[in-house]
Write a protein that binds this ligand. Structure first.
Ligand code: G6P
Ligand code: ZN
Length: 543
């Protein structure tokens, strides 16, 4: 089959962000746009001739078209084999699992995570390395540089590959193997968790609901919870993936997963509820009329790891992103483990896991995971909770309140101000920075400020330094107020304020987080001038 070199010219702005290149579908649909990016990836990742590439996505609009384009370009560029999910589907953690299991050279994941999908909405593509994790900045920058000077791309002319059923075909000497999207991932989950105990739990009067939010986890959750673990049909809500995610915004938090929240906070609520995002890497955990913060979820999973067969032998250490609460640190200390504090972004955990320094990681942004893959993993977190509930035979609320009684409660909340003018947002952070010296030793909301800084991280494995990762006001008792600009927002700037206050007294651990943090919320506004500068009197989203 003839390989065609197609002449092209660079597009501006193809720099991959925190999670790959994300743009409106309409942008990707421009002639050569996707091809330019894919060729630039292929030109930047070394010698892959004869090697295996993994391709799959979250099923959003344009997933299938993009998959066909990539298959033809991979064949023209000399890959030996492509493993592609059936119908082009692979959740992000499943793609990571497949890359690792089959020793692939790398993978292309087609997703814009929880961003809305459809012809008028978002599409995205990112490259993951042979360890199953997102490409480091050195690679994404090389890709970006290449997109600026690209002159041609290579492809072949052939019919589209049938992706509707599993099996193997060949195009231009390259093998295309269409794999079951769920099987390898489900097998990995089965190897980590006590499926028998969870099956018994689900056969008892324990009830759960899982909201796939019309996105990629539908087939995974249906296979694992309903088929393998025997949960009743209908346990998985919104389980059929749609190319527009049902018009929704599949981000598992109290605002966007309101359908599930209504069930768990309604009459006759089930014992346990969970949701995952568009591409399956985020998770939210709920009990009957009870919300588990992602920070507490990480701490509880780590503290109970020995109840889960895959972690019975012990965990090496824990890592959390800087704005994530210190609840996990208290567990690490009690267990004699190292705890690492990294900048926001899952990619910072990769080196720590590859180097064997940590087993479990988590972020306040509804991300939890372990070294079983190199992405955060929504269903993994749900299975951790089910395994712990099966072993401890008690409620979600009881597990959390007992955890607080033992380790103390880190009251926690994040307030987001979205779509703020960029200059105003920068000034908000600068206002706090300007008071770094004067704030030290003073009292805010009844607690003494111990120190203030701009968070900076030195990777203990490769020595790389990441500066300006958030403005911190740190209190003597471990409480914190942190200001940060989002790295993933699409319009204007998003200011995030992370509020955390520590409470050791069990008699004072039962408050609503917003009430417990009210003094800090007011203090954060006072020292930053946020509401005045942004022209807003309340946050857009509270988690
Ligand atoms: C994505 C990344 C996470 C990150 C989150 C929030 O989900 O994978 O690692 O925590 O975005 O990032 P942001 O910069 O918007 O706070
Ligand atoms: Zn995601």
């Amino acid at each position: 089959m003839l390989i065609h070199s197609i002449a092209t010219t660079p597009f501006e702005g193809q720099r991959p962000g925190t999670s790959g290149l994300r743009k409106k579908v309409k942008v990707f649909q421009q002639e050569h746009y996707l091809e330019n990016f894919v060729q630039s990836v292929f030109d930047s990742i070394g010698d892959y001739s004869g090697q295996t590439l993994v391709v799959g996505g979250d099923g959003r609009f344009y997933n299938l078209e993009a998959t066909q384009t990539i298959l033809k370009m991979a064949a023209a560029s000399g890959f030996g084999k492509v493993l592609v999910g059936q119908n082009g589907i692979l959740s992000t953690p499943a793609a990571s699992c497949v890359i690792r299991k089959y020793n692939a050279y790398g993978g292309l994941i087609l997703s814009a995570s929880h961003n809305p999908a459809g012809p008028e909405e978002d599409f995205g593509i990112k490259y993951n390395m042979g360890n199953g994790g997102p490409a480091p900045e050195s690679v994404t920058e090389a890709v970006f540089e290449q997109t600026g000077k690209i002159e041609w791309y290579q492809t072949i002319q052939c019919d589209d590959v049938d992706l509707s059923s599993t099996g193997t075909t060949e195009i231009a000497g390259m093998t295309v193997e269409v794999i079951d999207s769920v099987a390898d991932y489900a097998e990995l989950m089965q190897s980590l968790f006590d499926f028998d105990a969870i099956r018994d739990l689900l056969a008892s009067d324990f009830r759960m609901a899982f909201d796939a939010m019309h996105a990629v986890t539908g087939p995974y959750a249906t296979t694992i919870f309903e088929d393998m673990l025997g949960a009743p049909k209908g346990t998985v809500m919104n389980g059929v993936p749609k190319t527009d995610f049902g018009g929704g915004h599949p981000d598992p938090n109290l605002t966007y997963a309101h359908e599930l929240v209504d069930v768990l906070y309604g009459e006759d609520a089930p014992d346990f509820g969970a949701a995952s995002d568009g591409d399956g890497d985020r998770n939210m955990i709920l009990g009957n009329h009870f919300f588990v913060t992602p920070s507490d979820s990480l701490a509880v999973i780590a503290a109970n790891a020995e109840l889960i067969p895959g972690y019975k032998a012990g965990i090496a250490g824990i890592a959390r992103s800087m704005p994530t609460s210190g609840a996990a640190d208290r567990v690490a200390e009690a267990m004699g483990l190292s705890c690492y504090e990294t900048p926001t972004g899952w990619k910072f955990f990769g080196n720590l896991m590859d180097d064997g320094k940590v087993t479990m990681c988590g972020e306040e942004s509804f991300g939890t995971g372990s070294n079983h893959v190199r992405e955060k993993d929504g269903l993994w977190a749900v299975l951790c909770w089910l395994n712990i509930l099966a072993a401890r035979k008690t409620s979600v609320e009881a597990i959390i309140t007992e955890h607080w009684a033992k380790f103390g409660r880190n009251y926690y909340s994040r307030h987001d101000y979205e779509g703020v003018d960029s200059a105003a947002a920068t000034q908000v952070l600068q206002n706090v920075r300007d008071q770094f010296v004067s704030l030290c030793g003073t009292e805010l909301a009844g607690r003494t400020v111990a120190s203030c800084d701009d968070f900076s991280y030195t990777d203990p494995v490769d020595g790389s330094v990441s500066e300006n990762q958030g403005v911190r006001v740190l209190f003597e008792d471990g409480s914190r107020i942190i200001f940060r600009l989002s790295g993933t927002g699409t319009s204007g700037a998003t200011i995030r304020i992370y509020l955390e206050s520590f409470e050791a007294d069990t008699g004072k651990q039962g408050m609503d987080a917003q009430d417990a943090l009210a003094g800090f919320i007011a203090a954060a506004d006072d020292i930053s001038g946020l509401q005045k500068l942004s022209g807003r009197d309340k946050p857009t989203v509270i988690t």
